[in-house]
Design a protein around this ligand. Structure first.
Ligand code: SF4
Ligand code: SF4
Ligand code: SF4
Length: 360
């Protein structure tokens, strides 16, 4: 069965269902694109995300926010654009001249452009508040949030550069609102931009379908930046990097978290008796925490930039496998009598039954 069955398209926009977190794990409730889409073009059908092609205007506002890069537009590749940004003379990102809606970028893109170019990136937000795509304020808020997140990180790592913004004056904003055009105009301008953006038409496929390319770009930029870092470990988490811990006592080494982690941030040790975690690969989807029946895996504060940049993994737990003295099955031993969890809980839960049978 070809991938084509899982790709939905409207004009220039495409949604690849096999890269969506909702497809990866039935109970995942990622709503990011649904909340951002100004036309409500995404719907949940039988618990799966579905794009209603006729409702999508291809504005690209949702693209940057998708953690797994399941959303794309044919005329513009934000990863290619960010990687090549340093070679451009034009430093201003603007939906009127150089890019589609700035919602096409994520925090990683802003950081990559700043670090690689070693210059401040400028974003023209003067059209956002009054834009037809921003009627609920969600899209503008999301763009601002990503720029603020990137600036916070740049400050943390000691970069002298920031993402600068060009804002609109309030009175101009009100005037602009009077001239709001219909969504057909957005379609027309995007179609026009398609011909103007030849440098961005190179369509980058993910080198590893499990790792978003924007993450790979960010890690590569961080590698080049490491010699300039004054601090590499941070005690509080950000919305960009995530850390995990597994409780040795509660974990049953069932391996479900490693099987369902969409980016392989969690993976088994070669002897399958332990679990590794790589901070640089975690996209914070929460599937592992959700799926773990004994709630053994939880979020942990702090992150380490060297581990992230170089994809270093930390062994979270490791078990010695022993044979249960009751059922003779191997199980991860955690001390005490060599009886597996299943046998010991069976004995506890049904001890009354055995007592009754004996007494009869
Ligand atoms: S933002 Fe991405 S992962 Fe989340 S529901 Fe939309 S397509 Fe799926
Ligand atoms: S952390 Fe939870 S899901 Fe992962 S192996 Fe341990 S018990 Fe299973
Ligand atoms: S480690 Fe957990 S939160 Fe991170 S990507 Fe894997 S499943 Fe998602």
């Amino acid at each position: 069965m070809g991938n084509i069955n899982f790709i939905q398209k409207s004009n220039l926009f495409s949604y690849t269902a096999t890269r969506c977190l909702r497809n990866e794990y039935y109970h995942n409730d990622c709503n990011i694109c649904i909340d951002l889409c100004p036309k409500g073009a995404f719907h949940i059908v039988r618990n799966k995300l579905t794009l209603f092609e006729n409702e999508c205007v291809g504005c690209a506002g949702c693209i940057g926010s998708c953690p797994t890069e399941a959303l794309e537009i044919e005329s513009f590749d934000p990863n290619g654009f960010s990687a090549a940004y340093q070679h451009q003379n034009e430093v201003t990102l603007s939906c009127k001249t150089s890019t589609p809606c700035l919602g096409i970028f994520d925090v990683e893109h802003y950081i990559v452009m700043t670090l690689r170019g070693d210059k401040s990136v400028e974003c023209d937000l003067s059209h956002c508040a009054g834009c037809v795509l921003n009627e609920t304020g969600t899209l503008y808020g999301s763009i601002r949030e990503k720029i603020d997140g990137a600036n916070l990180f740049l400050e943390q790592i000691g970069s002298e550069h920031r993402i600068k913004t060009i804002e609109i004056k309030e009175e101009e904003n009100e005037r602009r609102a009077l001239f709001r055009k219909g969504f057909d105009r957005v379609k027309e301008s995007i179609a026009k931009e398609e011909t103007n953006l030849s440098m961005t038409t190179a369509h980058h496929k993910l080198p590893d379908m499990k790792m978003p390319l924007k993450r790979v770009l960010l890690k590569n930029s961080l590698k080049e930046w490491t010699s300039r870092l004054t601090q590499t470990t941070f005690e509080t988490s950000t919305s960009l990097f995530f850390n995990k811990q597994i409780d040795f006592k509660s974990c049953t080494n069932c391996g479900e978290c490693t099987q369902f982690c969409p980016t392989d941030a969690l993976f088994p040790t070669s002897d399958k008796q332990g679990i590794f975690f790589a901070q640089g690969k975690c996209i914070g989807c929460g599937i592992c925490e959700d799926i773990c029946k004994p709630n053994a895996i939880t979020a942990k504060e702090g992150y380490d930039l060297i581990s992230i940049a170089f994809d270093r993994a930390e062994q979270m737990v490791h078990y010695e496998m022993v044979t249960c003295h009751e059922c003779r099955c191997p199980y991860p031993y955690k001390g005490g009598d060599p009886i597996c969890d299943r046998c010991s809980s069976f004995t506890t839960q049904f001890s009354n039954m055995f007592t009754m049978a004996k007494d009869l």
